[in-house]
Design a protein around this ligand. Structure first.
Ligand code: FAD
Ligand code: SIN
Length: 537
């Protein structure tokens, strides 16, 4: 493998990741200098394109900013940063307007009004959507806009490996060009992590294959503070079918009245929460986990078949078609579902503008943690946060470029004595083991005993993976595996540290909330170390 240091890869703003966060930012900073967007597979592989429910924003005169703020804070279970919540919620309607100006078509009721959906935790219908293919509409629109802008360079099949830090400042990143199999230096005045979440650390997840926590792991290894990693949101309804790879059944179905039932047809949510299927996701996911453990069954069922079949086909065309392709007619039959890891609430500690504690480095979208979601994310609030962060990050980039030093070159990547691996099975074995241990020990319901077991095992895995990383030529699977092990370790350490149950973090050893409300902050030492916790309000 060769290493090169090419001047062609020098830019003003380097954006790593091409979901809603990365592409929206690219469009907004194209006029300030040379912009490069890197994406590790292709422009269509990301969580954004999979979004079904929609984006929450105050768009009706009967709704109010106060209600949206209050719903976000209620679901966040005491850990939301109220100033951040206000800033993001107030910015919502402008961002929806902008997406529409860029060409996104949201579903309407009549000619003037958006058809607003309802999801758990919202006291009002405020989820703007494009039926159940909202993400496809958004991502394809953004891709078209970016590709037609000659000022933006997009490089597919480029996976960032590590950030380059010198004298505490981020100078860019080392990146593997997967097709040429070479590591390139990308030198930038501002580097932005927009690499999405980390769902692939868990055996069952709604996330796409790219969600391996790369940005969080890179920032952490570079010395950035990472926040609230214990809070992994589990979505209650992933389709349970041997041939369905990670297909979500949107919460919007429950918003339209769909019921959760067990194998005997019993509507079990009544035993857990008076809000039934529209209780916040953590409550529904835990109830399902308890029902599955109690019965020993493999799945539970969602029933929307009692609704008018034309309504179902028209409102949920993507889900209807996908299920039909697998032999399930949702207008007549039950949908088998299980909970699955869905969203990383924690991430690189960042302001709403994406600023991290490393100069020259921003983090936006699901990679970042601003305190907006607190301990539990209100449904459809993440596309909102990503879009708002991209907007404010663009302003931040402009400010930084006014004063940031020119991009400077740095030493090329050294592979040392690394040779080609003759045993790729080590990667697949460790990958499987890691995802299984996270699912079994750090899943919906946690305990100190499980955390201890998980800690022991993740340390062994990390040692083995790191050894492999240094001994053999780097591949994209290995980069992802190393990142997954790093983020898994952060989730375990942060979870073990939180001696209470709050939001999506539930441990049987500490079922109550503590009086003092604190964020969990991690920074790298030999193993990760909980160095501080700050009061959140
Ligand atoms: P992503 O869209 O995941 O994009 C990440 C990008 O980074 C990808 O292009 C990836 O290739 C790239 N990348 C990653 N690592 C590297 C690397 N090392 N080098 C180069 N590139 C890299 N939220 C809502 O608000 N409403 C919804 O209805 C909704 N539905 C959802 C449904 C599903 C099935 C899922 C999985 C999530 C859903 N979410 C929803 C959450 C929401 O989609 C995500 O939080 C949001 O899209 C994240 O956007 P992003 O730009 O941060 O990341
Ligand atoms: C869904 O459509 O159920 C997902 C919405 C979200 O994750 O915000």
């Amino acid at each position: 493998m060769n290493a090169i240091d090419s001047l062609d890869t020098t830019c003003d703003v380097l954006i790593i990741g091409s979901g809603i966060a990365g592409l929206s930012l690219a469009l907004k900073v194209a006029n300030v200098g040379k912009v490069i967007v890197l994406t590790k597979t292709n422009l269509k592989e990301c969580a954004t394109i999979l979004a079904q429910g929609g984006i929450s924003a105050v768009l009706s005169s009967e709704d109010s900013f106060d209600k949206h703020i209050q719903d976000t804070i209620n679901v966040g279970d005491g850990l939301c940063h109220p100033d951040v919540v206000r800033k993001i919620v107030f910015a919502g309607p402008e961002r929806i307007k902008e997406l529409v100006e860029w060409g996104v078509q949201f579903s309407k009721r009549g000619s003037d009004h958006y058809d607003l959906g309802l999801e758990a935790g919202h006291s009002y219908r405020r989820v703007v959507h494009s039926k159940d293919i909202t993400g496809v509409n958004i991502q394809e629109t953004l891709i078209n806009r970016v590709l037609e802008d000659p000022r933006i360079t997009v490089l597919e099949n480029h996976i960032a490996i590590n950030l380059k830090i010198r004298a505490g400042r981020c100078l860019g990143a080392y990146v593997l060009d997967k097709q040429k199999d070479i590591v390139k230096n990308f030198a930038a005045r501002v580097t932005v992590l927009a690499t999405g979440g980390l769902g692939k650390a868990f055996l069952y997840t709604s996330n796409p294959d790219i969600s391996s926590g790369d940005g969080i792991a890179m920032a952490y290894r570079a010395g950035a503070t990472v926040m609230n990693m214990e809070f992994i949101q589990f979505h209650p309804t992933l389709l349970y079918h041997p041939h369905a790879k990670s297909f979500l059944i949107s919460e919007a179905l429950r918003g339209e009245g769909a019921k959760l039932i067990d194998a005997s047809g019993n509507r079990f949510m009544a035993a857990y929460d008076s809000r039934l299927e529209l209780a916040p996701r953590d409550i529904v996911a835990r109830a399902m986990d308890a029902e599955l453990k109690r019965s020993g069954n493999d799945c539970l069922f969602l029933d929307i078949s009692f609704k008018d079949s034309d309504f179902i086909k028209n409102r949920f065309p993507g889900i209807h078609a996908k299920c039909l392709g697998l032999g399930i007619d949702i207008t007549k039959e039950l949908i088998p579902v299980v909970p699955a890891a869905h969203y990383a609430i924690g991430g690189v500690k960042a302001s709403v503008s994406g600023s991290t504690d490393i100069p020259g480095l921003l983090a936006i979208g699901e990679t970042a943690c601003t305190g907006f979601h607190g301990a539990n994310r209100l449904a459809s609030n993440s596309l909102l946060e990503s879009s708002v962060m991209a907007h404010f990050a663009a302003q931040e980039c402009r400010n930084l470029l006014d004063k940031a030093p020119p991009a400077c070159s740095f030493s090329p990547w050294h592979s040392g004595d690394a040779v080609d691996s003759d045993e790729s099975v080590v990667v697949s074995q460790n990958w499987m083991e890691l995802r299984l241990l996270m699912w079994n020990y750090v899943g919906v319901v946690r305990s100190d005993k499980r955390f201890r077991r998980a800690q022991q095992r993740i340390h062994l895995l990390q040692d083995e993976i790191n050894q492999y990383y240094w001994d053999f030529h780097i591949t994209s699977d290995l980069i992802e595996l190393r990142n997954l092990a790093d983020v898994a370790q952060m989730v375990i350490d942060a979870g073990f540290h939180r001696k209470e149950s709050r939001g999506v973090h539930y441990t049987i050893d500490y079922p109550k909330k503590r009086k003092t409300i604190k964020d969990t902050l991690l920074r790298k030492s030999v193993r990760s170390e909980i160095f501080n916790s700050s009061n959140c309000d």
